[in-house]
Design a protein around this ligand. Structure first.
Ligand code: HEC
Ligand code: HEC
Length: 312
């Protein structure tokens, strides 16, 4: 027995030593982290994400949402433009903090920073390779200014004019008129977030909402809104009639202040971006303000959104 254990130890030692000596050769320097990452993946991730990272591990069967299929390369937490791949740091951040309200655990404290880096290296080898495989630029997010009442009503008007309400509902309940028939890319039923009660999977903070609005959520019907946040008055007029009559007055003030389409066309890039960022802050601020999760009655009675009367 004792000699058996000793032999095993020697073997492991030998294996460790040989990996150590391998890492000195340049070819293995790239293979090293990926191999270590594959081992970490097999131990800590494969139960849900599957041995090959296809999101089909034995623990995935009953999960909603399902674990991500790494081979599809569609990562939702992104700080990059719609259509671009995520940055490495986007993925390591998910591994560190998890995804709120889903089975995806936070591994900070369970895996060292080095192990997280290795497992991310491994995951990145699984996605389909394309010409855009280089690390893309991150969004420059505007600073998050303190909230004014004016900002909130502007955010509300934007929420209505750019069409968030169609999926997320005029009340933020996630039950807008388009919400019923939404599916993810894998053909599974998907529900827009209920801004009042659902946790935000990427975090209940400005950066996540801003990133989600700019980038959209790849793999879901939630589109990027990066290009439509500077709304000319003519566009407000055009959507006004499609809004439920009771909310139309809430857009009036915003409509009056909106620039004409000729004025928008005449903006240079810097001015356009300044207005876009200002609108982004107002919109995100409004969305965040809808949360009822830290309210007294929610904590006391755990209000159940499923029991509420349905309205658009
Ligand atoms: C208990 C199940 C479970 C385990 C274990 C697990 N995951 Fe996940 N993971 C999930 C689920 C579920 C999702 C989808 C979350 C969503 O849709 O927001 C996910 C999503 C992800 C994503 C995608 C995030 C995005 O932005 O789209 C990454 C990356 C990820 N997991 C990495 C890992 C790594 C690395 C490990 C192991 C160290 C791991 N996961 C272990 C369940 C798990
Ligand atoms: C076509 C329908 C649709 C539209 C329009 C839409 N969303 Fe979404 N949104 C969704 C769906 C579906 C999800 C949930 C995706 C998931 O489960 O991963 C979502 C999720 C979100 C989330 C949650 C992100 C997280 O971390 O959990 C935020 C924030 C959000 N949307 C904001 C907005 C805002 C603001 C607008 C308008 C600018 C908007 N959405 C427009 C469908 C939509």
């Amino acid at each position: 027995m004792r000699s058996g254990t000793l032999a095993a130890t020697t073997l492991i030692l030998a294996a460790t030593c040989s990996t150590a000596s391998f890492t000195s050769s340049p070819a293995e320097e790239t293979g090293g982290p990926v191999l270590r990452g594959a081992r970490i993946h097999a131990r800590s991730c494969a139960a849900c994400h599957g041995v090959e990272g296809r999101g089909d591990g034995p623990g995935a069967v009953e999960l909603g949402p399902r674990p991500r299929d790494f081979t599809a390369g569609k990562f939702r937490s992104r700080s990059t433009e719609s259509g671009r791949p995520p940055r490495r740091s986007d993925i390591s951040n998910v591994v560190r903090v998890g995804r709120a309200g889903t089975a995806m655990p936070a591994f900070r404290g369970l895996l060292s920073e080095g192990e997280i880096a290795d497992v991310v290296d491994f995951i990145l080898t699984l996605r389909p390779r394309g010409p855009s495989d280089q690390e893309p630029e991150a969004f420059a997010l505007p600073p998050f200014a303190p909230t004014t009442a004016e900002q909130l009503s502007e955010g509300r008007a934007l929420y209505l004019t750019v069409g968030c309400w169609k999926c997320h509902g005029t009340d933020g309940s996630g039950r807008g008129p388009s919400a019923r028939k939404l599916e993810s890319d894998e053909g599974r039923r998907i529900r827009p977030r209920d801004f009042r009660y659902d946790p935000f999977r990427g975090g209940h903070d400005f950066d996540n909402v801003a990133r989600t609005v700019l980038s959209g959520l790849i793999g879901t019907p939630m589109p990027s809104h990066a290009e439509i946040l500077v709304v000319p008055r003519e566009s407000v007029d055009a959507v006004l009639l499609s809004l439920p009559p009771e909310v139309r007055p809430e857009v009036e003030e915003f409509r009056r202040a909106a620039p004409s389409s000729a004025e928008v066309a005449a903006l240079d890039d810097a001015d356009w971006l300044r207005i876009r960022d200002r609108n982004l802050v107002s919109l995100a601020r409004y969305v965040l303000s809808l949360s009822r999760r830290d309210r007294f009655f929610y904590r006391l009675f755990r209000e159940d959104p499923e029991l509420e009367a349905r309205k658009p």
